[in-house]
Design a protein around this ligand. Structure first.
Ligand code: 0A1
Ligand code: ZN
Length: 898
């Protein structure tokens, strides 16, 4: 347990490491109780006199040799955080032997054992829990590795790169030697050892090299890795065709781990994955699971270039690899969804992906960017880097890359990326280096301009607002659009007393519709560009105006098309204008957005009504707007399922001056029930029209139909349609795939009679108890049910299948209850908050990274109604005052209370 007072590390304090570590040989004598690690480092001094400072945590030092000689104890010091060696010469061979205890490691950082298999997790600072080393990304070395273990227990021995030797040893042990031909920082080191089964294929790369692709998992899962292997092949192909980036290794391995802190990890040539993002078959994985598997496999594979070949100079640059790689995985998914479709269908599929990404951004990143943990995509300071694997660094980081693609155009962006690799292959670099490469191309196509204003996206936190004013002049037939940007100081900015922030470079895509919803050709005054339906405005100052000519009457503006920048738009639309946009906008994203805004207005008004003890009503025009999408024949099922879904609670909460979560959830549920009731016949028609008979396939068309059908079923059941319960129960019992089975069970648990729900839940456990990922689903459904309170959750926590030690299981119950159950978590008696405090403390003793994520459930406490926020604050203080709190949780709760 860490007990030292927190140290704040700042971006400006970067100093190069005074030594080069050209080669590293690691030798592991693997034993779960005590593993002996011997590391041989080839060192070159770059700075005179500097001592060699190596990081190390929870290690037992055995011996140190310099150039083959045991080092005298007077020459070094060992402390809680590492080892310092004095008086080393210019070129030195250093050998360090130490022990660590994988079995006892519940943090899942460094070397640990999961389900009898050894795994490592080194990013960000886990390598120091394996051996003494400069654990920072700018120290890059060539690694060779020897693994030794009992052969019967650990038949498979894997590490990065190529297998160069394998030998049986006399005592029932065996060893394997691996060599990684590429220089890498230690956070990309990995080893895996244990009883594993695998599926493999051989493919030829673009340049004709044959490479071996393998997906490893626990025995018994061999039939669940086919989709993962196919996804890996698709990712490899896509990076070749879209960015001309080829796999640089002869062998690429993915291993599924049951216990894993995050989604997956891009270790060079040996990706370690949370099993949830590898294992799938129709009976146990949903469409969403299949989609996530392909996306995460793509993400980790794409890191091989964006992250591994070119890595980060320091952890402040995390978005250099993460924002860029999220952007790449989003584009990969969009292209995969559009594959094989005609032009219209492909465009719709891409919009669906864009909607899904924006929904995530608004529900997860916008609140973060307005709360106590708000930080720029390139943070200025941190206490614990593990706390900065955030929606801001990842998702907003991706938006910042996407804006560069928008400004440069797809070809310019590809050229910029190629330039980035030309300049920096094999290096550890900064976000500035990336923008400079892009800028070199931008300046060629935009003479006299640069990305200096754009760079502020890297140094500012907070979601900018863009206020839109539109004037129309009948006499001149001119329409003037004025954009004004602002971004209030948030989080650390506010604490540092920053009052004014420079303007950002905001690409703002827009169009104009006439009163019948027809797109107007846009002709900018003073421009000789041909008129088009859409226009990209570049706002680079606080405020600017654009004049459109030959506009016949006052138009309706279609704003921030395709979500061209991660901002909040302020414009006073009338309900009728929103309904017009929802029915006619030629930009499918803006069309979806109009519907979401209409629904937001209805739900917020209903929330006020609920709070005032009034009946919540629903406007007829809103119901008709929903009906028109529900019955539209020109829109595909996947798109309609998004357009008819209600805005997320977390997104709605950000719109309220004071959050009353139970009133909000009640209003939202009421709206669903009313829409269900008033459009019952149309929902039923949608259920009937979107059946997917025949063999299950997770393809986007079939998945879109299931999404539409299951959404309709939920509305029907919520609206009390007499036939709905039987339909849903029948679907639960007879489905041949997990998507439909889960959708039915979820509808029953949330909107059905308790008895039917409980019977189905019992049946589900009975059926799936031997499959951990399905059991997680079972816990999640109950954790998020509106009938679940703290008492119910505590009951589930003593269920034999529950354990806090497995992060997926902890997330499925504890996190889901605290983050996604407004009724149970926000009970006015404060029981939810006290439960949260207990669980944060319990988890912190086992796994500080995971605990710190749960701690963030209280981020927005200050915005809740006083009766709740006072109790939330109390819970935060109780946690903060607890002795022995980890650095991870300390940072989160103290920032929340600042
Ligand atoms: N680089 C990984 C994310 C990751 C970060 C930390 C981890 O251990 C605590 C694990 C994974 C990615 O972006 O996929
Ligand atoms: Zn990543």
């Amino acid at each position: 347990m860490r007990t030292d007072s927190p140290v704040t590390i700042s971006r400006q304090s970067y100093r190069p490491y005074p030594f080069e570590v050209t080669a590293v040989h690691l030798d592991f004598d693997l034993d779960p109780a005590s593993t002996l690690v011997t590391s041989r480092l080839s060192l070159h001094r770059k700075e005179a006199n500097a001592p060699l400072v190596l990081d190390g945590e929870e290690l037992d030092l055995v011996s140190i040799k310099v150039d083959g000689q045991l080092l005298d104890a007077s020459r070094y010091e060992v402390g809680e955080h590492g080892l310092t060696i004095h008086g080393l010469g210019q070129t030195v061979e250093l050998e360090i032997a130490n022990r660590c205890s994988p079995q006892a490691n519940s943090t899942l950082m460094g070397l640990y054992v999961s389900n009898g298999v050894f795994f490592t997790q080194c990013e960000a600072e886990g390598f120091r829990r394996i051996t003494y080393f400069p654990d920072r990304p700018d120290v890059m070395s060539r690694f060779t590795v020897t693994l030794r273990a009992a052969k019967a227990e650990f038949p498979v021995l894997l590490s990065n790169g190529n297998l160069i030797g394998q030998t049986d040893l006399p005592d029932g042990r065996h060893e394997a030697q691996w060599e990684d031909p590429f220089m890498k920082p230690c956070y990309l080191f990995a080893l895996v050892a244990g009883k594993l089964t695998w599926r493999e294929s051989r493919v030829n790369t673009q340049s004709g090299r044959e490479v071996l692709l393998q997906v490893y998992s626990d025995p018994g899962n061999e039939n669940k890795t086919q989709f993962a292997l196919e996804s890996l092949e698709r990712a490899l192909r896509w990076d070749e065709t879209r960015f001309s980036l080829e796999l640089d290794l002869d062998r690429f391995m993915i291993v599924a781990a049951r216990d894993f802190n995050m989604g997956a990890m891009e270790n060079k040539g040996l990706n370690v994955f949370n099993a949830a993002y590898v294992l799938a078959d129709p009976d146990s994985a949903t469409d969403a699971n299949y989609g996530a598997i392909e996306a995460v496999i793509g993400h980790e594979y794409f890191h091989n270039w964006t992250g591994n070949r070119v890595t980060c100079r320091d952890w402040f640059q995390l978005s250099l690899k993460e924002g860029l790689t999220v952007f790449r995985d989003q584009e990969f998914t969009a292209d995969m969804m559009a594959t094989g479709l005609d032009e219209t269908a492909a465009a719709s599929a891409r919009t669906v992906k864009r909607i899904d990404d924006v929904v995530t951004l608004r529900a997860a990143q916008f609140p973060e960017d307005a709360g106590p943990m708000a930080h720029p995509i390139r943070p200025e300071s941190y206490q614990e880097i593990g706390n900065f694997y955030t929606a801001t660094v990842y998702e907003k980081g991706s938006e910042v890359i996407r804006m560069q693609q928008t400004l440069l155009g797809p070809d310019g962006f590809n050229e910029g990326l190629a330039e980035y690799f030309r300049r920096h292959d094999g290096q550890a670099v900064t976000c500035d280096d990336f923008v400079a490469a892009m800028e070199s191309v931008y300046q060629k196509t935009h003479p006299g301009r640069d990305l200096s204003v754009f760079r502020h996206w890297y140094s500012q936190a907070g979601t900018p607002r863009v206020k839109v004013d539109m004037r129309y002049d009948d006499a001149t037939r001119r329409c003037t659009l004025r954009l004004t940007q602002s971004c209030a100081p948030v989080g650390v900015e506010r604490l540092a007393g920053i009052a004014v922030k420079p303007p950002l470079h905001i690409p703002f895509s827009m169009g104009l519709l006439d009163a019948d919803g027809k797109a107007l050709p846009l002709k900018l005054a003073g421009s000789d560009a041909a008129a088009s339906d859409s226009c990209l405005l570049e706002l680079t100052t606080e405020t600017a105006e654009w004049v459109f000519e030959d506009i016949p009457s006052r138009p309706v503006p279609s704003l921030l098309r395709d979500f061209s920048a991660p901002v909040i738009v302020e414009y006073d639309f009338s309900d009728a204008e929103l309904a017009l946009l929802m029915a006619h906008d030629t930009n499918a994203f803006a069309r979806w957005e109009a519907g979401q805004q209409l629904a937001t207005r209805q739900i917020l008004a209903a929330t006020d009504a609920v709070r005032g003890g009034q009946p919540a009503s629903l406007s007829d025009s809103f119901v008709e707007a929903w009906r028109s999408v529900l019955t539209a024949t020109d829109l595909d099922a996947a798109y309609r399922a998004r357009a008819l879904a209600l805005p997320a609670e977390k997104t709605l909460a950000e719109r309220m001056t004071e959050v009353d979560p139970i009133a909000l959830a009640t209003a939202r549920d009421h709206l669903r029930a009313e829409l269900g009731r008033r459009l019952a016949a149309d929902w039923q028609a949608a259920v009937d029209a979107n059946q997917t008979p025949g063999e299950y396939s997770p393809d986007p068309i079939a998945a879109g139909k299931r999404a539409m059908k299951n959404l309709a079923l939920a509305f029907l059941l919520a609206g009390g349609a007499p036939q709905a319960e039987a339909q849903v129960s029948e679907q639960y019992a007879s489905s041949k795939n997990m998507t439909d089975r889960m959708a039915a069970l979820s509808a029953l648990v949330n909107f059905g009679p308790r008895e039917a729900a409980n019977t189905a839940l019992a049946d589900f456990f009975e059926r799936y108890q031997s499959d951990p990922l399905s059991v997680d689903k079972w816990f999640t459904l109950q954790a998020t049910s509106r009938h679940t309170d703290v008492e119910t959750v505590n009951g589930l926590m003593v269920h034999p299948a529950f354990t806090l030690r497995n992060p997926n299981r902890a997330r499925s119950l504890v996190f889901q209850f605290c983050l996604n159950n407004p009724y149970g978590f926000h009970r006015p008696d404060g029981s939810g908050y006290r439960y949260w405090a207990e669980q944060v403390l319990a988890l912190d003793r086992l796994n500080p990274e995971i605990s710190a994520r749960l701690a963030r459930a209280m981020d927005r406490w200050i915005r809740y109604v006083p009766a709740l926020s006072a109790q939330m604050k109390q819970a935060l203080e109780d946690v903060r005052n607890h002795p022995g709190l980890s650095r991870n949780v300390t940072e989160i709760v103290s920032k929340a209370l600042e």
